[in-house]
Design a binder for this molecule. Structure first.
Ligand code: TRP
Length: 449
């Protein structure tokens, strides 16, 4: 009998869903552009170090808490807290997580909407509707609102179908497609003239940049964002895991998949920029820096596609890739408020889903209407500050607040010999002292800059 609470039906279902959450615009757009801005290979090295040494332990805190409590973040942190004060703190932290998840989804769906518009553009152009094609690629509030709404509707449709028939089913369909498209695009781009210059920039580390605080902060933010940490996404996915799955291994697989896709995306985007340059497209800003933000995705690369043989197909594939990546991530964000509402027993899953979706869209609309003042501010507030802070809180709850023997018991269910494993020798002390200290250090540094 299936449990009344959702559950992933298989191990691979969880792995694809959790890596679907992790692999998103952050990997395909954020990672390569961050690398381009921060000394190429130097950034890649620091990123990998931080992903495994800081983000993975925090991911484990979420997965263990989630699977033990089988609850959303608000209830979960209360369940593992022994005292009154810690319970209150747990509740507040949980709500903070939900709010941050909703805010992240509200800007994420605006960006994902752009991907949808750019996905339609080549088809509209081919159908001989240049006016409409222009509208699709021109920045305007009506376009932004329309496509953000479409994207959120698709997200809601998946989430309202539930854990197994929505999240798991669609992640299992979309993630293999994403990988296949990506590999095809990489092979295609790497065979074009100019690609090698991009590869060099990406893979040869500029060691003089390695200690740069800006580089480290960007890499940490990128790692937390990329692994969907802090807001309870991974906690809730962990709560849908079967009790006998090996948690440290699951977390390691998800971290490795996420980092590999980010690395692959770098092999696509940076060489593509230099192929574009070879074709006469400008890839440096007037200040001499490599283009990174929206201009890269929405001007440089489309300009490149136009010069390529079969460029329409390449453009179509590229924006389909980005849209799929965004969808498997956005569903995981929406599941955070939805699971909370569901577990308060106030609404059915479809009701909870469409209500949460509507609230998120209202926030997106406010951001769209005040784009210049709000967009960057919301991104910074949520991803640079709130996510690391929440990640820190989750480490604290898993190691300071929660009883250590309970943690051990939970991991043992899928890994009977846990006490003698490398994981148990390192993780508890590490997540207790090193993770919070390192996160604080990076945060303090960013506040001083
Ligand atoms: N990790 C996703 C990406 O790289 C985005 C994402 C999904 C996310 N769920 C999240 C980010 C929760 C922060 C919090 O694009």
């Amino acid at each position: 009998m299936s449990s009344p609470r959702g559950q992933f039906s298989s191990r691979i279902g969880f792995i694809l869903a959790a890596s679907g959450s992790a692999v998103g615009l952050g990997n395909i757009w954020g990672f390569p552009t961050n690398a381009a801005e921060n000394g190429g290979g130097a950034f890649v090295l620091v990123y990998f170090l931080l992903a495994f040494c800081l983000a993975y332990p925090a991911l484990m805190a979420e997965l263990i808490i989630g699977r033990h409590t089988r609850a959303n973040m608000v209830s979960a942190l209360q369940i593992i807290s022994p005292g009154k004060t810690t319970r209150l703190l747990g509740k507040l932290t949980g709500f903070y997580g939900i709010i941050v998840a909703a805010l992240i989804l509200s800007f994420y769906s605006i960006v994902a909407g752009w991907m949808l518009a750019y996905l339609l553009e080549p088809m509209v152009s081919l159908s001989g509707l240049p006016g409409l094609a222009n509208w699709l690629t021109e920045f305007s509030a009506p376009r932004n609102l329309l496509f953000c709404a479409i994207f959120l509707i698709v997200t809601c449709a998946v989430i309202s179908a539930g854990v197994e028939h929505g999240i798991e089913k669609w992640s299992c369909r979309l993630m293999p497609a994403l990988l296949a498209m990506m590999i095809f695009l990489i092979v295609y781009v790497l065979t074009q003239p100019g690609a090698v210059d991009g590869l060099k920039l990406y893979l040869i580390p500029d060691f003089s940049r390695i200690g740069d605080p800006k580089l480290i902060l960007s890499a940490l933010g990128q790692a937390f964002f990329s692994l969907s940490l802090g807001v309870g996404t991974m906690l809730i996915y962990g709560s849908y895991l079967r009790p006998d799955d090996n948690l440290p291994a699951m977390g390691a697989i998800v971290t490795a998949l996420d980092s590999s896709v980010a690395f692959l995306a770098g092999l696509l985007v940076l060489p593509a920029m230099f192929v574009a340059r070879h074709q006469g497209v400008e890839i440096y800003t007037p200040q001499g820096a490599l283009m990174a933000g929206p201009d890269l995705i929405f001007q440089t690369l489309p300009a490149l596609f136009k010069t390529m043989a079969g460029g329409t197909v390449v453009a179509l594939l590229f924006f389909t890739l980005l849209s799929i990546a965004a969808l498997t991530s956005s569903i995981s964000m929406l599941e955070v408020p939805v699971s909370y509402t569901l577990e308060q027993h106030v609404a059915s899953r479809p009701m909870a889903t469409w209500l949460s979706g509507a609230i998120v869209f209202a926030i997106s609309a406010v951001i769209v209407m005040n784009f210049d003042t709000l967009f960057a501010a919301v991104v910074t507030l949520t991803t640079h500050y709130s996510q690391p802070l929440l990640g820190l809180m989750l480490c604290v709850f898993a190691t300071w607040v929660w009883r250590r023997d309970r943690v051990l018991e939970e991991i043992r269910r899928g890994l009977p010999d846990v006490q003698h494993s490398l994981f148990w020798r390192i993780w508890p002390g590490y997540a207790k002292f090193c993770c919070p200290a390192l996160i604080l250090l990076v945060l303090a540094q960013s506040l001083m800059n």
